[in-house]
Ligand binder design. Structure first.
Ligand SMILES: C[S@@+](CC[C@H](N)C(=O)[O-])C[C@H]1O[C@@H](n2cnc3c(N)ncnc32)[C@H](O)[C@@H]1O
Length: 327
């Protein structure tokens, strides 16, 4: 059976290509890591970890703890596991998981390297902890304590996510999930495409897509990216028990090495568009979009192509931060 061009397709990542051509995303990730001021003993979950190189950088910053990277792409996780084998990177694990389906029980198999957090003070005193229910995010339910029901392990100090969440349609499902695995006072730090992101690229892409040459491949194409605004998160965060520290739309200048660098970026990350075009003419499509973009945004004197990006940057804590935390 041939697949219809109108059907929603999951992006198939070329993890090695992404790994070799993602310095821009890596630079943003480093800015985010720096904001964490890590002590070295925090347990961290990296959501949408991709090829794993950013997750590995985080793991290096927490030598007395462990980091788990999750990603929906089987290609990305296989690449990350191969590049960062458990033997050489004992505090770094990867597993396939959808950002919309995070729950405590999915980390049970990491107990050997990633012990569950000690019971909270109030647990020891026999007080039931408030957990965010997956069925009703607005009214947290009371949950039985301890293990065995897959909901007693709020083990992460930090949830980290870079350059991934704009691929996710349901951000509230993401928030519900991460709230269930974060320790009280734990921190959520996110950078992803925000409202207005890469607007000029869409202005080059859309007229090309409409040409007779390509149009059949893009018919009824569903929106592949979800660029939200601070107002969205201001509404959503409190529903899942988060207290906002800051939410901003940060304009960023992404630079690429000439036409080739820009085209490589399209090839490696604009998959929902490029992969609709048959492989035999994909390079032609990418080159045409590149020409349109460069015609409007010429190379600078160093031969660089600039793209105005807008990142949605979120910094929040779950519940009230405990006194004396670094956050
Ligand atoms: C541009 S890459 C970013 C990778 C990495 N975080 C970095 O900074 O280089 C986007 C990643 O988001 C992942 N992703 C997209 N949708 C996802 C979802 N629903 N759940 C988990 N990961 C997802 C993709 O598979 C891809 O690896």
């Amino acid at each position: 059976m041939t697949s219809s061009p109108t059907k929603k397709k999951d992006a198939v990542w070329n993890a090695a290509d992404y790994a070799a051509n993602s310095v821009v995303q890596q630079a943003w990730a480093r800015e985010l890591i720096a904001q964490l001021h890590l002590r070295g003993d925090e347990h961290i979950l990296d959501v949408g970890c991709g090829d794993g190189k950013v997750t590995a950088e985080i793991a290096r910053a927490v030598p007395r703890s462990a980091v788990i990277g999750v990603d929906a792409s089987q290609q990305m996780i296989a690449f990350a596991q191969k590049t960062f084998p458990a033997k050489k990177f004992p505090n770094l694990k990867f597993q396939i998981a959808d950002a919309r389906e995070i729950q405590p029980s999915m980390f049970d198999n990491h107990d050997a390297v990633f012990p569950p957090s000690p019971p909270q003070k109030e647990e020891r005193a026999g007080v039931r902890r408030r957990l965010v229910s997956s069925s009703n995010p607005i009214t947290p339910t009371l949950s039985p304590l301890g293990r065995g029901e897959g909901e007693g392990l709020q083990r992460f100090d930090v949830i980290f996510s870079n350059a991934a969440l704009h691929w996710v349609d349901d951000h509230q499902a993401f928030l519900r999930g991460v709230a269930s695995v974060l320790k009280p006072g734990g921190r959520l730090i996110v950078s992803c495409g925000g409202k207005g992101n890469a607007h000029d690229v869409f202005l080059a892409l859309r007229p090309e897509m409409r040409l007779k040459r390509w149009r059949e491949f893009f018919r009824k194409m569903p929106a592949p990216y979800f660029f939200y605004a601070p107002e969205d998160y201001e509404k959503w965060l409190p529903r899942f028990g988060f207290k906002t520290q800051s939410i901003i739309l940060a304009p960023k200048d992404a630079t690429y090495a000439g036409r080739d660098g820009f085209a490589t970026w399209l090839r490696t990350t604009w998959l929902p568009y490029t992969q609709r075009v048959p492989e035999s003419s994909r390079e032609e499509f990418i080159a045409a979009v590149t020409e349109r973009y460069v015609a409007k945004h010429p190379l600078d004197t160093d031969g660089k192509v600039h793209v105005r990006m807008v990142r949605l940057e979120i910094d929040a804590v779950l519940g009230a931060p405990a006194s004396g935390t670094a956050y």
